[in-house]
Design a protein around this ligand. Structure first.
Ligand SMILES: [Zn+2]
Ligand SMILES: [Zn+2]
Ligand SMILES: [Zn+2]
Length: 710
C-alpha cells in the first residue's frame, strides 16, 4: 500500500464524539477515543518535583496503557494524525499528553479545533489544522499542579490536626466554596427575625360597588417615607382609624418599563437555569449538554452535534445563528418581535482566548418540536431551554406598564390621613417573553391584577381592613446553581470546574444537600474553620480569584507558569510545616451540651458511624447518639420526629418519645402537612412528596417553599 492509500488517524476524547466525527469524515479517516486524559499525575504521591521547577512526573495509568497501545498501532498504519479534542485548555492538554505519550513532535503535530460537531464545522476545521497551543497546555498544567500541591499538603495536615476517623481531604477551589456555604449558614443561624406589620385595605368605588380594589397602607399623609409598623397594638390602632375613614383617589401614576432578554447561555447560566427550570443538578446538566454536543442520531442525517461546545464563558453568537434566529422570529412572531439589528451581548467574564461562542443550537431550524422523536426526556428539556434562550435573545424587549394608584384615607374626627396604594403591572407588549423568560432564584415576584379603572377624585367605600403580621427572612441557603453563580461573580472557578465542586464537597461529607439547598455538616464547618485560621490566603476569595486570573494570563501567553507556582508555593509550604508543628489537634465540635457535665459535645466516629462524646473525655465518659430533629411533629403523639442511623448506617426517622412511641419511617418526613388531609408528607423519589395517610402525590418544590426550606 502506498502512503497515499493510507488512512488518516483522528483522536478525540470520547467514543460518542468519535462515532459522530467518523461518520462525517468518511472512509479516509479512522477516529479513536482516548477516554479522557491518557497521561496524568500519579494517583499516589505528590508527583511534582517542588525542588526543580515543579517538574511533573506524568504517568500513563494502567487502564490507559491498552488505549495508548491501540492508538500507537493505528498510527503506524495511517499516514497523518490529527488531534481533535475539545476546544479549551483541558482539550488542548489532552492532545498534548497524547502527542507526548506517543512520542510525536509536539511542535508540528496537527491540532484540529471546532466548537460544534456539524459536517461544515468539522470539514472546515480539518482544512485548517494548527499546531498545539502550548500556552493553553501550560495553563492547564499549572492548574493541575497547583491543585495537587494544595491537595497533597492539606489532606495529611487535616488528618493530623483533626480527631476524625473518616477520610479527610481539601482542595483549592472547593475549600473556598465550602467557606461560602459555611458563611451563609452562619448568617442564617445568627439571623434574628424582626416582626413587622402591614395593613391591607379593601375598598370599592362608590360608582361601581360590585368591583373592589385591594390596597396596602403605604405611609402617613404627613410623611414621605414608607410606614413601618412594629407591633400588633400599633397595627390595630391604625387599622381601626382607617376603617372609620373616608376614601378618595388622590393620584394615579403610570410608569413604562422595558425588559431585555437574557444573554445566550454560558456554562454557568446554563447550570443555573437547568436547576431553576428543570431541577437538574449541575453535573446532570453538563452530562446532558455533552450528549447533545457530541452527537445525536437524527434520522437520515445521521449523528450530529445539536449544540455548540458546552464549556464556555462567552455570550456571543455566530452571525449565521443570529440570522437563523431572526428568520425564525420574523416568520413565527412577526416583524414587531424582530429588533432592527441583531442583538449582541458583551461577555461578562474576562474572556480567555479559548472562549469562543455561547451555548446555542447548531441549527436553529431544528426546533424542539422537530427534535422530539430523537431525544430522551432530559435531552429534550435541555435542548428546549437552549433553543428558546438563544432565539429569545434575538427578540425585542418586553414592555409593561405599572400603574400606581394612591388613595387618601381621612379619619373624620382626628383628621388623620393615610396614603393607601395599589400597584398593578400590565404587559403592553410581550416581546421575548412570548417565547422564554429566565427563572428567578427567589420566587417573590409580585404580580397583581390590574386595578379597576379609577380616576383622581373618585370616592370609595370601605369593605375591609386587615392587619397582618410578618417577619423578616434570613438570607436563603445556596442551591448548587446559585453557588455556581456566586463563584462566577467572585471570579472563582471556570466553566470546566464548576460542576464537580459541590459533588466533591458532598462526597467528602463536608456539605449536605437537602431539597436542593446546601448546608455544611459539622465536619465541614470544622474543616473550614481550621483552614480559615491557618491558611487565610488559600481560603481568601480575592486571592483565589487572582490565581484564576493568573491562570488566564498563562493561557494567553502573558505569564510564565513556573514563577507563578513558585510565588504561591514557597510561603504556602512554610505555613504548612508551621501548622503541622504548632497547631493543636482539634475535635469536630457541636452546639450540643453534655448531659452529665455540661461541657460541649464533640463528634467521634465509631464502628457504627459518628456519635457524640463529651469533650471532657477521659474525665467524663458520657456519649450519646446524634439526633437531628426535623422540625416536624410526630403524627402519633406530641413528640418531635428525629433522624437516626441504624446499626448498618442507614438513615431512618423515628419519634423522640421512643420507646413509648414507635412511629418509624424510612422516608424523610416533610414539614408541610398534606394539602388534602393535613396528614404527614414524606419525601419520595424524584423530589416528590407523598402523603402517608391519603393518596396525595406532588412535587416538593410546589409545596410552600418557606416551610420546606426548614
Ligand atoms: Zn461530660
Ligand atoms: Zn410519637
Ligand atoms: Zn393526605
Amino acid at each position: 500500500m502506498s502512503k497515499s492509500d493510507k488512512k488518516n488517524l483522528v483522536i478525540v476524547e470520547s467514543p460518542a464524539k468519535a462515532r459522530t466525527i467518523e461518520q462525517m469524515l468518511g472512509s479516509d479517516f479512522i477516529v479513536k477515543a482516548s477516554l479522557g486524559h491518557i497521561r496524568d499525575l500519579p494517583s499516589s504521591g505528590m508527583g511534582v518535583d517542588t525542588t526543580d521547577k515543579f517538574t511533573p512526573a506524568y504517568v500513563v495509568p494502567k487502564d490507559k496503557q491498552k488505549i495508548l497501545r491501540e492508538i500507537k498501532k493505528a498510527n503506524k498504519e495511517c499516514s497523518d494524525i490529527f488531534l481533535a479534542t475539545d476546544p479549551d485548555r483541558e482539550g488542548e492538554a489532552i492532545s498534548w499528553h497524547i502527542a507526548e505519550a506517543m512520542g510525536l513532535d509536539v511542535n508540528t503535530v496537527q491540532r484540529v479545533i471546532f466548537h460544534q460537531i456539524t459536517p461544515e464545522a468539522v470539514s472546515e476545521a480539518f482544512e485548517t489544522p494548527r499546531n498545539l497551543d502550548i500556552d493553553l497546555v501550560n495553563a492547564q498544567q499549572a492548574r493541575r499542579i497547583l491543585d495537587r500541591l494544595v491537595g497533597y499538603s492539606l489532606s495529611p495536615l487535616l488528618k493530623r490536626k483533626l480527631r476524625w476517623r473518616g477520610s479527610l481531604s481539601a482542595g483549592r477551589v472547593q475549600s473556598v466554596a465550602l467557606k461560602l456555604v459555611v458563611e451563609r449558614e452562619n448568617e442564617v443561624r445568627e439571623f434574628i427575625p424582626t416582626e413587622y406589620w402591614s395593613i391591607e385595605v379593601t375598598l370599592h368605588p362608590k360608582a361601581k360597588p360590585q368591583e373592589s380594589i385591594n390596597t396596602t397602607l403605604h405611609r402617613l399623609g404627613s410623611d414621605k417615607k414608607r410606614i413601618s409598623i412594629q407591633t400588633k397594638d400599633e397595627a390595630a390602632t391604625i387599622a381601626d382609624s382607617i376603617s372609620k375613614s373616608s376614601f378618595t383617589v388622590t393620584d394615579i401614576s403610570k410608569q413604562k418599563r422595558s425588559r431585555r432578554p437574557a444573554a445566550p447561555f454560558t456554562t454557568s447560566t446554563l447550570q443555573q437555569e437547568g436547576w431553576r427550570k428543570a431541577r437538574f443538578g449541575t453535573e446532570r446538566t453538563m452530562r446532558i449538554a455533552q450528549e447533545l454536543y457530541q452527537g445525536i442520531s437524527i434520522g437520515a442525517e445521521g449523528d450530529i452535534g445539536l449544540i455548540t461546545y458546552m464549556r464556555t464563558d462567552s455570550t456571543e453568537l455566530a452571525a449565521y445563528a443570529q440570522k437563523q434566529a431572526r428568520d425564525y422570529i420574523e416568520a413565527e412572531y412577526g416583524a414587531e418581535y424582530l429588533p432592527k439589528a441583531p442583538r449582541n451581548y458583551k461577555t461578562k467574564a474576562k474572556a480567555a482566548q479559548e472562549a469562543h461562542e455561547a451555548i446555542r443550537p447548531t441549527d436553529i431550524t431544528r426546533t424542539p418540536a422537530t427534535m422530539r422523536t430523537y431525544l430522551n426526556r432530559d435531552q429534550l428539556r435541555l435542548y428546549t431551554l437552549i433553543w428558546q434562550r438563544t432565539v429569545a435573545s434575538q427578540m425585542t424587549d418586553a414592555k409593561s406598564e405599572t400603574t400606581t394608584t394612591e388613595i387618601t384615607a381621612v379619619e373624620p374626627t382626628s383628621k388623620k390621613d393615610y396614603i393607601l396604594r395599589n400597584t398593578a403591572s400590565a404587559t403592553v407588549f410581550r416581546g421575548f417573553t412570548a417565547l422564554y423568560t429566565e427563572g428567578s432564584d427567589d420566587e417573590d415576584e409580585d404580580i397583581s391584577a390590574p386595578p379597576v379603572s379609577l380616576s383622581a377624585g373618585d370616592a370609595l367605600t370601605h369593605v375591609n381592613t386587615e392587619p397582618s403580621q410578618h417577619f423578616t427572612k434570613p438570607p436563603g441557603r445556596y442551591s448548587e446553581a446559585s453557588l455556581v453563580k456566586k463563584l462566577e461573580e467572585e471570579g472563582i472557578g471556570r466553566p470546566s470546574t464548576y460542576a464537580p465542586i459541590v459533588s466533591t464537597l458532598v462526597n467528602r461529607d463536608y456539605i449536605e444537600r437537602t431539597e436542593g439547598r446546601l448546608t455544611p455538616s459539622k465536619l465541614g464547618e470544622t474543616v473550614s474553620a481550621l483552614l480559615n485560621e491557618h491558611f487565610p490566603d488559600v481560603m481568601n476569595i480575592s486571592f483565589t480569584a487572582k490565581m484564576e486570573e493568573e491562570l488566564d494570563e498563562i493561557a494567553r501567553g502573558e505569564r510564565q507558569w513556573v514563577p507563578m507556582l513558585e510565588k504561591f508555593y514557597s510561603p504556602f509550604a512554610t505555613t504548612v510545616s508551621t501548622v503541622l508543628e504548632n497547631a493543636p489537634r482539634i475535635d469536630v465540635t457541636t452546639d450540643e451540651v453534655c448531659q452529665d457535665c455540661e461541657r460541649p459535645m464533640v463528634i467521634k466516629t465509631g464502628r457504627y458511624g459518628p456519635f457524640l462524646s463529651c469533650s471532657g473525655y477521659p474525665e467524663c465518659k458520657a456519649t450519646r447518639r446524634i439526633v437531628t430533629t426535623l422540625g416536624v411533629k410526630c403524627p402519633n403523639c406530641e413528640g418531635d420526629l428525629i433522624s437516626r442511623k441504624s446499626k448498618r448506617g442507614r438513615t431512618f426517622y423515628g419519634c423522640s418519645n421512643y420507646p413509648e412511641c414507635t412511629f418509624i419511617s424510612g422516608r424523610r418526613p416533610l414539614p408541610t402537612p398534606c394539602p388534602d388531609c393535613k396528614g404527614l408528607l414524606v419525601a419520595a423519589r424524584g423530589e416528590r412528596a407523598e402523603c402517608s395517610n391519603c393518596d396525595y402525590k406532588g412535587l416538593i418544590s410546589e409545596l410552600d417553599e418557606e416551610q420546606v426550606a426548614r
